[in-house]
Design a protein around this ligand. Structure first.
Ligand code: ZN
Ligand code: ZN
Length: 366
């Protein structure tokens, strides 16, 4: 039996010299979103949006309120003591704290910290901790990789379905809605982010989502999408064309495709996020498009669609076995068009395994 997430965290808490770690969204306690609850879901399996946990070497506490008691009974790791808060959630949690207690300052508001500090017993020391749980969440175990791979495979099926139905003559938004509906029909909880459909000059805007613009003929169409399966996200981008691309568009497509292959070759344990990004930046700069590649090479993907590690010039991360990252160079010509190609890969002992299987040959879709 492999170590549970809670086992791994309890060990890290002890190694950090803490008696306890609070795992919760302490920005909006009691009313969090899916991403704000990512740590709690990773730790316990709980999918509700209100829960506070405490983990130490000798204890595991899961506190929720009456709305979620039944769900907690079904979902939460049975090694946790489950507590239903009857009154003010933070006040009740505070009664259980003792010794040196860590909290994640990136997920804690000043107001919640003040409430906690007022409510804890004398002698309790609240210590800001950065990235303790996040560092563990980066390294996906076999079960997590299976879920992400299933989400990636589901999105691959949606790409095929979209291509069969055609793109030209439909609006970006129609394609977006159809893709997301299809994901759900195939068993996804939903899209992992708002599906991007960017045609023609809109493809030059890396942050374009989808509009009422009708997709024309012989233009590039970027479709960037992912699904959520069993709580885990996928992320993939393909650039299609609604007719033969000529001139610069055809050249840029080949440049991005070759660059993406070069960047994939560099993915292995030990490579820095900055170094991997540089590998992808060099061929694009050499082709004269350095200033047209305005985002990082990639990002970690898991319970959240953007999480550690980062592959960019500002990254201080190094890749390690079990990281799941996107590899997504792009070139965007202002006022013209853009091309992005993105795969999702898991870092293995000696390289990577690609979880995206849609062909990267330029596909002409009518
Ligand atoms: Zn993407
Ligand atoms: Zn991405």
């Amino acid at each position: 039996v492999s170590e549970s997430h809670a086992d791994r965290l309890a060990r890290a808490v002890r190694e950090e010299g803490l008696d306890q770690l609070i795992v919760a969204d302490l920005v909006n306690p009691g009313d969090s979103g899916r991403e704000a609850q990512a740590d709690v879901f990773w730790l316990t399996g709980f999918t509700g949006t209100s829960a506070l946990c405490v983990v130490g070497p000798d204890e595991r506490l899961f506190q929720t309120d009456f709305r979620y008691t039944e769900r907690a009974g079904r979902e939460v790791d049975p090694t946790f003591e489950r507590v239903e808060a009857k009154g003010q959630a933070l006040g009740e949690l505070a009664k259980r704290l003792r010794g040196r207690v860590g909290y994640d300052d990136a997920r804690t508001s000043v107001r919640s910290l003040r409430k906690l500090a007022d409510a804890v017993a004398e002698g309790v020391e609240l210590v800001a901790v950065d990235g303790l749980l996040g560092g563990l969440r980066r390294r996906k175990d076999a079960d997590e990789v299976r879920r992400i791979a299933a989400a990636a495979e589901l999105a691959d099926e949606v790409y095929e379905w979209i291509c069969e139905r055609g793109l030209a003559g439909r609006t970006e938004r129609e394609v977006q809605l159809a893709a997301e509906q299809r994901m759900r029909e195939l068993g996804a909880q939903g899209p992992s982010f708002a599906t991007i459909v960017a045609a023609g000059e809109n493809s030059a805007l890396p942050h374009h989502e989808a509009s009422s613009r009708e997709i024309g003929s012989a233009e590039p169409v970027i479709i960037d999408m992912g699904a959520i399966v069993d709580g885990y996200c996928s992320d993939c981008t393909r650039t299609f064309a609604t007719g033969e691309l000529r001139g610069e568009a055809a050249e840029v497509y080949e440049l991005v495709r070759a660059t993406q292959a070069t960047a994939l070759d560099a993915i292995r344990p030990g490579i820095g996020g900055k170094e991997a990004d540089s590998v992808s930046r060099e061929p694009i700069a050499a082709a004269g498009h350095g200033e047209h590649y305005g985002h990082g090479l990639g990002h970690g993907v898991g319970i959240e669609v953007h999480e550690a590690p980062r592959l960019s010039q500002r990254s201080e991360d190094s890749l390690a076995e079990g990281d799941v990252v996107s590899v997504e160079p792009g070139v965007y010509i202002p006022g013209g068009f853009g091309v992005r190609i993105e795969d999702l890969v898991v870092v293995t002992a000696d390289g990577y395994r690609n979880l995206s299987s849609v062909s990267k040959d330029l596909r002409i879709v009518g």
